[in-house]
Design a binder for this molecule. Structure first.
Ligand code: ADP
Length: 260
């Protein structure tokens, strides 16, 4: 089993210079993510959340500052990460099983072991019996569950989730939150979860980084001290609502949420 990673981000800035004007996406980001921690990032659109994820994945380079995983500077793609984006990017001509096993096939990993793990994970998210179906036969939520299982099948030490439920309806999102919390509960992955849903962040995370509008800075880091396993009913409890209100108040102060 792989060991979850430690991520260290020090003074990171990211400026995009590809367009006509330079865009400062991130400014002065200092953040350490502990092994096995589930860190959610919430912030308004365009505040640099995806940029942060791509920097950690090694798909972008910071303009300034340092980013290390387990003490090594990230240079080039961190191939051990499992990544899920808002769009599921499943291959339509491969069955569910073959989509899930694709990374293992590319890396030539132990097939039997990977198949067993794929089957167990698919069953955990209620997809047993769907292994030989094709993506077009599945609902949006089922497709995204397949993406999640594909990201987890190699037991990655780092899981990067960029608005994975963003395109799903509210009920499906609730179910996905339950499924994801079960999948990551054991702390075997360090997880970065990008969302603009405050409720999702509070329900899932150990800690939440609240971002300012662009250029993205961390306004506050909030420890979510709710017991696990968490059930959806926790969302109606005052202690849950206190976290939600606290984050809303930060956004209201920034002028992102306006009531009058
Ligand atoms: P978020 O995920 O919070 O919505 P992003 O990280 O996608 O924000 O983008 C942050 C800012 O950087 C936005 O203003 C976006 O338009 C800009 N941006 C993102 N990618 C590029 C790029 N490749 N070139 C120029 N600007 C970019």
């Amino acid at each position: 089993m792989s060991k979850p990673v430690t991520i260290d981000i020090e003074g990171v800035q990211k400026i995009y210079t590809s367009g006509r004007e330079a865009v400062i996406a991130l400014e002065n980001i200092d953040l350490q993510i502990d092994p096995g921690e589930f860190l959610a990032v919430v912030g308004p659109s365009g505040c640099g959340k995806s940029t942060l994820l791509l920097l950690i994945a090694g798909l972008l380079e910071p303009t300034a500052g340092a980013l290390t995983i387990d003490g090594s500077v990230v240079k080039g793609p961190f191939t051990k990460a499992g990544i899920v984006f808002q769009r599921d990017v499943l291959l339509e001509w491969r069955t569910v099983r073959k989509n899930v096993l694709l990374p293992a096939q590319i890396k030539d990993l132990n097939r039997k072991q990977q198949e067993e793990r794929a089957e167990a994970l698919l069953s955990q998210v209620g997809l047993d019996g769907f292994e030989d179906r094709y993506p077009h036969e599945l609902s949006g939520g089922m497709r995204q569950r397949v993406s999640l299982v594909r990201a987890l099948v190699q037991d990655p030490p780092l899981l990067l989730l960029d608005e994975p439920f963003g395109a799903l309806d509210a009920l499906t999102r609730d179910q996905m939150c339950i499924d994801l919390s079960r999948l990551v509960e054991r702390g075997t992955q360090t997880t970065l979860f990008i969302t603009h849903s405050i409720d999702e962040a509070v329900f899932l995370a150990d800690r939440i980084a609240v971002f300012s509008p662009r250029p993205g800075r961390i306004l506050e880091l909030i420890d979510v001290e709710l017991p696990r396993p968490r059930k959806l009913s926790i969302q109606t409890q005052p202690v849950f609502q206190e976290y939600v209100q606290r984050i809303r108040a930060i956004f209201a102060e920034q002028g992102i949420l306006q009531e009058d």
